[in-house]
Design a binder for this molecule. Structure first.
Ligand SMILES: Cc1cc2nc3c(=O)[nH]c(=O)nc-3n(C[C@H](O)[C@H](O)[C@H](O)COP(=O)(O)O)c2cc1C
Length: 185
């Protein structure tokens, strides 16, 4: 089983990335092969809405998205980790999500990825709680459900202001490892 971690946070020691890494570690213990991609290491330009992908052409943007889409296609599960910025995902997450559009078959907007890949969402934030985090998880799940993914879990931790703050929550780290293991069963 191949599991792809996608971390959107731009900072070193990011809590959301660390949460993803613990999930991937649990999955590896259960026999999976894993890969972590940091969006800030890639060139993923925002969609310009040019509609070339609708009128029959390929996406005009030549960057790392094609390679990342291949990684998505080859994965059995994706662990998507993001910090909360202003009650939503951070800015780096949205160009990545918007660019799925060019990969949908037109005019029916269908996705030819095999159905049933698993998706875990991992979020970290400051003072917010489930009233904001649950809708953000629902949003990400809806986007990926459109691509044929199925919900395989949601994990979050607040009070993570400084890098490494997640280390103060060993129970959460254990939960993340178990979540990773559950992906492989
Ligand atoms: C621009 C910006 C906006 C933020 N907005 C929120 C917010 O609306 N609610 C919240 O609880 N935390 C907010 N935070 C705090 C981050 O969500 C928190 O520090 C998070 O754990 C960062 O994740 P990371 O360590 O993976 O980068 C914000 C941080 C930044 C830099």
């Amino acid at each position: 089983m191949k599991i792809l971690g996608i971390a959107t946070s731009p900072r070193n020691g990011a809590n959301s990335q660390t949460l993803v890494e613990h999930i991937l570690a649990g999955a590896r213990e259960a026999g999976a092969t894993t890969e972590l991609v940091r969006l800030c290491d890639l060139d993923i330009q925002p969609c310009t809405g040019c509609n070339t992908c609708i009128t029959g052409g390929e996406c005009i943007l030549q960057d790392d998205m094609a390679e990342l889409w291949e990684k998505l296609a080859e994965s059995d599960a994706v662990v998507f980790g993001s910090p909360i910025y202003w009650m939503r995902l951070n800015a780096q997450a949205y160009p990545f999500i918007d660019r799925f559009y060019a990969h949908l078959k037109k005019p029916e907007f269908s996705c030819d990825l095999p159905k049933g890949k698993k998706l875990v969402v991992a979020l970290t934030c400051g003072g917010l709680g489930p009233e904001v985090l649950n809708p953000v998880n629902e949003y990400v799940k809806n986007v990926f459900q459109f691509l044929g993914f199925v919900d395989a879990g949601f994990i979050w931790q607040n009070q993570c202001y400084q890098p490494k703050d997640l280390t103060k929550y060993p129970d959460k780290i254990r939960e993340a490892k178990m979540l990773g293991q559950s992906l492989v069963k």
